[in-house]
Design a binder for this molecule. Structure first.
Ligand code: SAM
Length: 397
């Protein structure tokens, strides 16, 4: 299976990764895993270390810390913003602006450094590629498959300058020692993720939410609805869910938006920083968003190319770094799980394990919504298929 959309990174998007890696983000990567013991340690930053669900949802940490400050050395998204004060801007968006400015400065710094970093090789050797593929698979589940050296070369090249490392082989050596080189390891794994996403992707999951799932919850008079966007990338998926919940608030059978909690997680710190910032350029806004929704749920910023998501939507979503290979025990129970366009990167054994873990954290008759090219067939018998016309969802048996 392949996620055809993943072949296309938003070209020249101010908010996308750097163009060098975008061009080559054509991975047919599959993901797999066998052990998960050290992964969450590696990929969980100290302020996102597993917390109880309640404390997580009650916490304001995500809103009061700079969303991008921990990413200021990422060369890939530098230069997105100029520092500016936006009317009505939230703390987060101001911080994002400032972080953007710092990155512009760092970019200039890095560009000056280019000549000083003695790059020996931007190409991974065959033997190192095999070791690296196995490392990435163990850490994230991503199966690189054969012949993806070009992908590794293009995605890791920018990290050579960032970490002042002379060759991809050396970078990989360091990355494979996550205890000694946690930041490098995390950045390397992050660079190997594919983050293609768009607003209301495939439409039908959001119609199912609006026409089938939320009315069902309203009929059941559920006091609280918990939804998990389990591979949220840059935030379009959880924010689209939040918009649907807001829109149905005027329906006859409605779920009160204030009773809805949306947890959005991803393995990628960079994507989480973008998600939390809630700033989207015109290119991203043009992908899947109607004019009406754009006007209703986004605010202009000083930069005519960038809009910020409205606080009414933003405050419905909590973001947290989370590796799907780790244990789900501390996440609590959910009524709906969106896990879209990420299982395709995993091998069947890992898919089956994740599907079973989802089942164990769904409330009775809770829903699982997968990507349009993903299925549970042959992997688990814990769900029944629900036809939504169009599309389908899976309900816990
Ligand atoms: C193609 S995007 C899908 C985004 C969104 N769900 C959608 O359908 O538009 C896949 C996302 O999965 C994330 N991912 C990859 N491996 C992961 C893992 N082991 N745990 C959590 N997230 C992972 C990537 O960082 C990336 O943002």
């Amino acid at each position: 299976m392949s996620d055809s959309n993943n072949n296309r990174k938003p070209a020249s998007s101010l908010l996308s990764r750097n163009s060098a890696s975008s061009i080559n983000r054509t991975s047919n990567t599959i993901l797999s895993d066998s052990s998960s013991t050290t992964r969450s340690a590696l990929l969980t930053s100290n302020n996102t270390t597993a917390r109880s669900t309640t404390s997580f949802f009650n916490s304001n940490t995500a809103r009061t810390t700079s969303p991008l400050s921990s990413r200021t050395t990422m060369s890939s998204d530098r230069g997105q913003f100029t520092p500016s004060r936006f009317p009505g801007a939230t703390e987060v968006s101001i911080q994002a602006q400032l972080a953007g400015f710092r990155r512009v400065q760092e970019k200039q710094f890095d560009e000056n450094q280019v000549s000083k970093v003695a790059i020996h090789s931007r190409e991974v050797t065959e033997m190192q590629y095999r070791r690296f593929a196995s490392f990435i698979e163990k850490q994230s589940g991503i199966v690189l498959g054969d012949g993806k050296q070009y992908l590794v070369n293009s995605r890791l090249s920018t990290l050579l300058i960032r970490f002042n490392i002379p060759s991809i082989d050396d970078l990989i050596d360091k990355a494979m020692d996550p205890i000694a080189n946690k930041e490098i390891s995390s950045a390397v794994i992050d660079a190997m993720t594919t983050n293609e996403t768009l607003w209301f992707r495939d439409t039908y999951p959001y119609l199912a939410l609006k026409n089938l799932i939320l009315p069902e919850f309203a009929m059941q008079r559920k006091s609280q609805v918990r939804i998990w966007s389990a591979a949220c990338s840059s935030g379009q998926e959880p924010y689209s869910i939040a918009m649907v919940i807001q829109e149905q608030a005027t329906a006859m059978n409605k779920v009160d938006p204030s009773q809805c909690q949306i947890l959005a997680t991803d393995i990628s710190p960079e994507m989480l920083a973008r998600s939390k910032a809630g700033l989207y350029d015109n290119h991203a806004l043009a992908r899947g968003l109607s004019l009406e929704r754009k006007q209703k749920f986004f605010n202009p910023t000083e930069d005519p190319n960038v809009m910020s998501i409205d606080n009414s939507i933003k405050q419905m979503v909590q973001f947290r770094q989370f590796n799907l290979l780790s244990t789900f025990n501390l996440l609590g129970k959910f009524d709906v799980i969106f896990c879209r366009n990420v299982l395709i990167y995993f091998n069947n054994e890992v898919k089956a394990s994740i599907l079973d873990k989802f089942a164990s954290c769904l409330n009775p008759r809770g829903y699982l919504i997968l990507g349009s090219s993903e299925s549970i067939s042959g992997l688990t018998d814990k769900y029944e298929m629900v036809r939504c016309n169009p599309g389908l969802a899976y309900r816990l048996k």
